[in-house]
Design a protein around this ligand. Structure first.
Ligand code: ADP
Ligand code: MG
Length: 571
């Protein structure tokens, strides 16, 4: 098992593939997104996430925010005495703990995301943070790539181009990716490491506190209320902020509308669009060469941001995923692909129709029946229909009908075999369907050990639904005629074998007088029913002839054994 982690500047999340589906794991409060905040107590205690954020009001000096900005730098953080990777490790440890608590098993491997512009030192520091947290980092993944995976854009055509607009809490990135043989390459990336939702909180905060004397230690409450208002205005058209007794005696109540916020953030959004322009210019692409534009980062929940991005790119932006969960989800998908957990979905494929080969008399011999879960394999032995046959034709068939001619032919080949009397050759035929739906047919002459193999592309599994339905209903419609034709064919094959044998027994004088009448009557009946084409009557007649000659056949075997023994003894 490998987990996927978005180690964000302001927020982080962790996920895992469960029963083939990527899911993010919620903490004890039911929250799937955790603030990337760590508090280090004087006594060595450590708190992470929402708990650490609450310490901001009383012990701000020992709270570390946005440590991601310091990743890769060779510094010791003031007041705390820790390196950035040590602080990040605390965030990862907490995510690991939540995952282990949810899953009920130890977590040791992770895919962790980083911004596309992170250099080697920053990537190495992130990897080190993972190791400090007890996680083997299976891959460092670019955030825009993870976002594209979450939006399912890896299913786009080769050379598809995607723009990922990521506006988070403290940073903005615009990345243009190009799909190259199933992997995303970064064509261009441009951003602003000081542009994010925190700026909006600050703007609302100064609007709220304009003209007021606010004691420093109260500032945190204002910021908190500002963020609350901002989030609310993504869904509502107005919101009333309330801060009771902000200075010990006075309370504050002020209503803000969506329009107020739009006016306030106009310039802020324009700054992000400038980066978009720069990235587009760097990539050398024009807007109509983009195949998709996706929004990532919590701040893209703001309606004004969505509208501005759609207008800039002159297209509809994909907002089908939660923007603040997309990166963690993409990391989880990547983790699932690497561990094999995502592939389980493919394994649930079944064969839509039966697969087999044609045998004597033009019959369909099913080797893998309809609705078998793939991958699967099955085999059977076949023999030669004629004396000294040099080769056996193998026709690979698909369908539900009893006669080969009514099914579809998927392939055809010949197996060379040693010349032997009829019924003595042994040819094994094996069908194997792998997880990708490729059918491999192997035929082996067990006398010579020689193999003949053909591969049939996914047509064994990928069949048009309408065609499957047609085949199945035809088999139901013709069930009666099909079955009697099979019975007749099988009985006729038996009769063709039996009639010359009976003639031979009679010629050798192995039939006793009291048996002769019944045998002759049975032979006559077999010939008559064979000519009439009546399936069940022929089957009964063949059974009658078989039992009428049973004793004589036993005598033939006895005589043959005696002769063999005499030969051996040289008599
Ligand atoms: P990161 O910066 O770590 O990538 P996120 O992508 O989670 O973090 O973005 C966090 C930012 O998104 C914060 O500024 C937060 O206030 C903002 N945000 C979250 N939800 C909303 C919302 N509903 N409306 C507006 N902003 C939001
Ligand atoms: Mg982010």
């Amino acid at each position: 098992m490998i987990v996927g982690i978005d180690l964000g500047t302001t927020h982080s999340a962790i996920g895992v593939v469960d029963s083939g589906f990527p899911i993010l794991l919620a903490d004890e409060e039911g929250k799937r997104i955790m603030p990337s905040v760590v508090w280090f107590g004087m006594d060595g205690a450590v708190e992470v996430g929402r708990k650490a954020l609450r310490r901001q009001a009383t012990d701000a000096r020992r709270v570390v925010l946005s440590v991601k900005r310091w990743m890769g730098a060779d510094t010791i953080l003031e007041n705390i005495g820790k390196t950035p990777d040590e602080v990040s490790a605390e965030i990862l440890k907490e995510l690991k703990r939540i995952a282990e608590w949810r899953i009920g098993a130890e977590v040791t491997k992770a895919v962790i995301t980083v911004p596309a512009y992170f250099n080697d030192a920053q990537r190495a520091a992130t990897k080190r943070a993972g190791e400090l947290a007890g996680l083997e980092v299976a891959r460092i993944l670019n955030e825009p790539t993870a976002a594209a995976l979450a939006y399912g854009l890896d299913k786009l055509k080769n050379k598809a181009r995607v723009a990922v607009y990521d506006l988070g809490g403290g940073t903005f990135d615009l990345t243009i990716l190009e799909m190259e043989d199933g992997v995303f390459q970064v064509l261009a990336t441009h951003g602003d490491t000081r542009l994010g939702g925190d700026d909006v909180d600050a703007m609302i905060c100064s609007w709220l506190s304009a003209g007021l004397e606010i004691p420093g230690y109260q500032r945190w409450r204002f910021l908190e209320e500002a963020e609350k208002a901002k989030r609310a205005l993504s869904d509502l058209s107005e919101f009333t902020l309330r801060i009771p007794f902000y200075d010990g005696k006075n309370s504050l109540e002020k209503t803000i509308t969506r329009l107020d916020l739009d006016a306030m953030t106009k310039g802020w959004i324009a700054r992000s669009l400038k980066c978009c322009q720069q990235a587009m210019h760097d990539s050398g692409l024009s807007l109509n060469e983009l195949d998709a534009v996706v929004l990532v980062g919590g701040s893209t929940r703001m309606p004004a941001v969505r509208e501005a991005v759609a207008e800039f790119f002159q297209c509809e932006v994909d907002v089908t995923q939660h923007p603040d969960e997309a990166i963690a989800l993409g990391a989880t998908i990547q983790a699932g692909v690497m561990s094999g957990a995502m592939r389980k979905m493919v394994l649930l494929d079944v064969t839509p129709l039966s697969l087999g080969i044609e045998t004597f008399g033009g019959l369909m011999n099913v080797l893998i029946s309809r609705n078998t879960t793939i991958p699967c394999k099955a085999g059977e032995m076949f023999t030669n229909a004629a004396d000294s046959q040099e080769k056996m034709a193998i026709r690979v068939l698909q369908g539900e009908r009893e006669m080969a001619r009514d099914n579809w032919e998927l392939g055809k080949f010949e197996v060379m075999m040693e010349k032997l009397p009829k019924g003595h050759a042994r040819v094994g035929v094996q069908f194997r369907i792998d997880a990708d739906g490729i059918l491999e047919v192997l035929a082996r002459d067990t006398k010579t050990g020689k193999d003949t193999v053909i591969n049939i592309a996914s047509s064994a599994v990928n069949v048009d639904d309408a065609a499957v339905e047609e085949m199945v209903s035809a088999s139901v419609e013709h069930a009666f005629e099909d079955m009697s034709e099979r019975i007749f064919t099988e009985a006729k094959l038996k009769a063709d074998e039996l009639l010359p044998a009976v003639e031979m027994i009679m010629a050798q004088g192995l039939v006793e007088e009291h048996e002769r009448g019944e045998i002759e009557a049975a032979v006559k009946e077999v010939k008559a029913t064979m000519a009439s084409g009546a399936a069940n009557a022929l089957k009964v007649a063949v059974q009658r002839l078989d039992s009428a000659t049973e004793a004589a056949a036993a005598r033939l075997v006895e005589k043959a054994m005696e002769e063999a023994l005499e030969r051996e003894l040289g008599l």
